[in-house]
Design a protein around this ligand. Structure first.
Ligand code: PLP
Length: 406
């Protein structure tokens, strides 16, 4: 028997799964069928509010929409945050539909000319990933007769410790190496563009509070050093994010109160060149991950060798991360429960496997479950981020997951 991850506080202690105060069976009827992602809107709003209370009031909160770009989720979160960060032309279109373009910024490698043009035409902020991208942007802006607003994404010369996905401290497709940034900033200013500042993102999904504090301090220091070297003060610095959520057995939440206090101290002591600078952090999963539950129905319970297999109508085509095939090295179990008996005593040890014809499609490995029958609903928690849009939904031709914001 292997342990499962911790059920998030919003749902822990329930007997039957409720999302937003409504029983899961009623919600699945509303959604139409399983498999379905259920998102708790009050949990998302509560999360943003708690974070805001913990952070210094001058620090903005941006939402990285790739974590969950569902239209209803975006409409809910857009007015609660100060900015939306996007990483494709498709996300740009979704973001400017719900937020003023001034509060939308576009980062990410491989932006096509039409994406650059769309950013300029919308008056969103471009986060340039390379010198070449700056050149293309300046040329397109010239052709369109527009003044581009450009921030430089920096590949920092340090990384976020304990991070699930490191994005700094080494050669990288993301951002411009810190050493070359001052020259690029001078070039942007000399070209007559509106230089907006820096975007410094050092990693993702860390649960190490001390590492997050240290990285934010190093990020502010780096922003000051680059500004001094460039000879210009930035209007804005996006400090990155990297706040993780507890997916796996033994994981514990980060301490945002401690992070907020430390960030307040860091900013109070910042270099004078940053005295007029605005700051924000950008988060994806931290804002929405815990609010989502993936519900999938049992279609078969079978025995093979001396093991039980609970076969469900969902799978890795909707919830790739729970199968351990999305950025994890060692496969561990997400928080999983039987939706109508969350606290019932375990009766069997079983693996929960999806309906895809591949051995990769294992949503939970040898976990303790109450007696399970065909027709029961399995709930997989921490499913509000990187689920529906980060999984290979077309693989094997099953229908897409339903999604319902409550
Ligand atoms: C994906 C991404 C994020 C969001 O990451 P989370 O781990 O979901 O918080 C933030 N910033 C950038 C630049 C990203 O690429």
């Amino acid at each position: 028997m292997k342990p499962v991850g911790p059920i998030p506080p919003v749902f822990a202690g329930q007997r039957r799964l409720q999302v937003g105060g409504v029983d899961f069976a009623e919600l699945l009827a509303r959604a139409g069928d399983t498999p379905a992602f259920l998102y708790d809107g009050a949990a998302i709003a509560g999360r943003v509010a708690a974070l805001r209370a913990a952070l210094p009031p001058s620090v903005g909160i941006h939402y990285a929409i790739k974590a969950n770009p569902h239209a209803d989720v975006l409409a809910l979160i857009a007015p609660l945050v100060d900015g939306l960060d996007v990483a494709s032309g498709g996300e740009l279109a979704k973001a400017i539909a719900v937020k003023p373009a001034r509060a939308v910024s576009f980062a990410g490698p491989g932006k096509r000319d039409d994406e650059l043009a769309a950013t300029l035409e919308a008056s969103a902020t471009l986060h340039a990933e390379s010198e070449g991208e700056v050149e293309r942007t300046l040329a397109i802006a010239d052709r369109l007769g527009l003044t581009p607003r450009i921030a430089v994404r920096v590949n920092p010369d340090f990384e976020l410790r304990g991070s699930g996905m490191r994005m700094g401290g080494r050669a990288s497709p993301f951002g411009v190496d810190a050493a070359r940034v001052p020259t690029l900033v001078r070039h942007i200013v000399a070209a007559g563009a509106d230089w907006h500042g820096f975007h410094i993102f050092a990693g993702s999904q860390t649960l190490d509070t001390a590492a997050l504090i240290e990285t934010q301090a190093a990020t502010v220091t780096l922003a000051a050093r680059l500004s001094d070297a460039a000879g210009y003060a930035p209007a804005f610095v996006n400090l990155g994010g990297g706040f993780g959520i507890p997916y796996f057995p033994g994981d514990t939440p980060i301490d945002v109160t401690a992070i907020g206090v430390a960030l307040g101290d860091t900013l109070a002591a910042r270099d004078p060149i940053l005295s007029e600078t605005g700051f924000a952090i950008e988060l994806g999963r931290y804002l929405v991950g815990e609010a989502g539950v993936y519900c999938t129905r049992v279609v078969d319970v079978k025995r093979s060798g001396d093991e039980w297999f609970v076969v469900v109508d969902g799978g890795l085509h909707h919830q790739l991360a729970a199968s351990g095939n999305f950025g994890t090295v060692v496969r561990r179990n997400y928080p999983v429960a039987l939706a109508d008996r969350m606290n019932a005593d375990p009766a069997i040890t079983a693996s929960v496997v999806g309906c895809l014809c591949t051995p990769l499609d294992r949503l939970a490995d040898r976990i303790a479950l109450p007696a399970v029958s065909v027709g029961d609903t399995i709930a997989i928690f921490q499913a509000g981020a990187y689920g529906a849009t980060a999984s290979p939904q077309a693989f094997l031709g099953h229908p897409p997951a339903r999604e319902l914001l409550v």
